[in-house]
Design a protein around this ligand. Structure first.
Ligand SMILES: NC(=O)c1ccc[n+]([C@@H]2O[C@H](COP(=O)([O-])OP(=O)(O)OC[C@H]3O[C@@H](n4cnc5c(N)ncnc54)[C@H](OP(=O)(O)O)[C@@H]3O)[C@@H](O)[C@H]2O)c1
Length: 166
């Protein structure tokens, strides 16, 4: 199993505020969809609940929610009460090699040491926020980088980066 984080980060490391995404960047949403479609995705309970109800569970993906709550239920999803449980479920039942960790900050922090790849969209703008994604430690190498200018739909310049652990 290849375990990949997919995350969008501002210039100052912010990834969200008040349990919401801050920016609206359709190009990044399209990238996220293209990467994750058909795959198992693993999310923290807070990040899952931050997805507007009409868009969840994210379609055409197996949504695994991590929570410590014993009786948590969300229609059409798989519930795991620990990170190892979520990873074991994905390893056993996903027919795709790559499995995605889609956030939020608490889950990213705990799972990063077990991950192989990070798809990082860098938003070239500073934002105020309350959840962060730290710079990757030195064992991580940048293997792909593609910069995009703003356009009528995407207000901020951004770069799609892929990082791999060597
Ligand atoms: N920019 C991006 O790419 C991006 C991506 C994802 C999320 N976000 C943002 O991140 C924020 C949400 O992140 P967050 O850090 O607040 O929350 P989170 O990581 O989504 O969820 C935290 C919750 O996950 C459960 N959990 C965490 N560790 C666990 C463990 N070891 N075992 C069992 N359950 C565990 C707990 O749920 P219970 O409380 O139910 O027990 C905990 O409250 C939002 O603002 C969202 O918009 C941004």
């Amino acid at each position: 199993m290849i375990l990949s984080i997919i995350v969008a980060v501002s210039e100052n490391g912010v990834i969200g505020k008040d349990n919401k995404l801050i920016w609206h960047l359709p190009a990044d949403m399209k990238f996220f969809k293209e990467k994750t479609i058909g795959h198992f995705i693993i999310t923290g309970r807070k990040n899952y609940e931050s997805i507007p109800e009409k868009f969840r569970p994210l379609p055409d993906r197996t949504n695994i929610i991590i929570t410590r709550q014993k009786n948590y239920h969300a229609a059409g999803t798989v519930i795991a009460t620990s990170i190892p449980d979520a990873l074991n479920f994905a390893k056993e039942f996903s027919n795709k090699e790559e499995v995605f960790i889609i956030g939020g900050a608490e889950i990213f922090n705990q799972v990063l040491p077990s991950c192989h790849r990070v798809y990082l969209t860098r938003i070239h703008e500073k934002f105020e926020g309350d959840v962060f994604f730290k710079d990757l430690p030195p064992e991580w190498k940048l293997t792909f980088s593609e910069k995009h200018s703003p356009d009528e739909k995407n207000k901020y310049p951004f770069t799609f980066e892929t990082w791999e652990k060597k």
